[in-house]
Design a protein around this ligand. Sequence first.
Ligand SMILES: [Zn+2]
Ligand SMILES: [Zn+2]
Length: 361
Amino acid sequence: MARDADDQAIKGAYRKLALQHHPDRNPGNHQAEESFKEAAEAYSVLGDPQKRSAYDRFGHQGVSTAAGNGGFDGAGFPDLGDILNDVFGFGDVFGGSRQRRNRAQRGEDVRYDLEISFEDSLRGLTADIQVPRLEECGRCKGKGAEPDDGLVTCPTCRGRGEVIYQQAFLSVRRTCSQCSGRGQIIRRPCKECKGDGYLRRERKLKVNIPAGVDDGNRLRLSQEGQPGANGGPPGDLYVVLKVKEHAFFERRGNDLHCTIPVNVGQAALGADIEIPTLEEPYRLKIPEGSQNGAQFRLRHLGVPPVNGGGRGDIYVHIEVQVPTKLTREQRKLLEQLRDTLPVENQPAEKSLLGKVRDYFM
Ligand SMILES: [Zn+2]
Ligand SMILES: [Zn+2]
C-alpha cells in the first residue's frame, strides 16, 4: 500500500476489519481474535504519525522498540506445552529436551485500565500513560547473579538440568528441582536486582484513542507487555477503556439521548432551546403543542463511527414540568387558563396511552 495513501481510507478499512473480528462478536473464535489484534494494531500504528514512520521504515520491529513498555496485574496466557510438561512431566517421560526450561518464551500480556471522560470518548484523544513493567536487569543480563562468579554449577544435577529416577523398568527423567533445569544456581545474587533478573520500571507511553470509543473497548499495543524469557518476544499491552458517565447524555449504540425539561408554557406555545453537541450548540425549535415525552432527532450529531457505519444521532426527549410552587399571580393566570380550556377527563383509550409523536428534523 502506498506510503502516502489516504490515511482516512486506510483507517476506515482497519476499523471495519476490527469491528468484524471483535472478540465480543466472535466469542471463542481464536482466528477472529488474532485478526482483531492485527487490525487494532495496524489502526494504532496509523493513528500515531511517529509510530507510523517507524513502521514504514522498520516494519513491525521498529514500532515495538521505538516506544516502550507495559504494566503489572497482567493476566498471562501460559503456554499449553509448559502446562503439560510441568503437570504431567511428559517431556521427561518421553525424553524431552533438557534445554526446554531455557527455550524462548513470550512475555505476559498486560492489562491497563484507563478512565476517560465522556467527551474524550467522543472526540478521541492521545493519552499519556505511565505503565510499570519489568525490564531485564542490565547488570546480570537477566540471570540474577553477580556477573563474574555469581553462578555455579548445580550440585544436584551436576549441570545437566535434569535428574534420572529408576521406576520399575522405566527410567524417568525429571527436571532438576534445585536449578529448575538451568544447570546452574545462583551463589551470589546480583546487587542491582537482588537476584530477580528483572527491574521494575515506570515507562511513559502515548495511547491514541480514536473518536467514538465506548466503555469497555480494548486497545492493543503490540509487544508493550512484559518482556519475554530467554530471548522470547514481549507480550502485548491491552488498554481497557472506562468511560465516565455524562451529566445528561446517555449513549445507546452510536446515538446519544438526553432529556430536556420544558415548562407548561413552552410546551403549549413552542420554544427555542439550545442543545449542546460535540460541535456548536444546536438551536432546537420545539413546536407549539409539544407533548410530554415528545422526541426530537438531530441527525448525524451523535457518536462518530469508530466501528464503521455512519455517525449516530442525538435524541432529545421533552419532559413537560408541571409547576408545583406558584406565586399568587401565577395561580391566578393558571386559574384563568383552566377556566377557558376544554375539560376532557374521560379515561383515554388504551391504545392512545403512552403514544409519543416523533418529530424528525
Ligand atoms: Zn541483576
Ligand atoms: Zn540442577
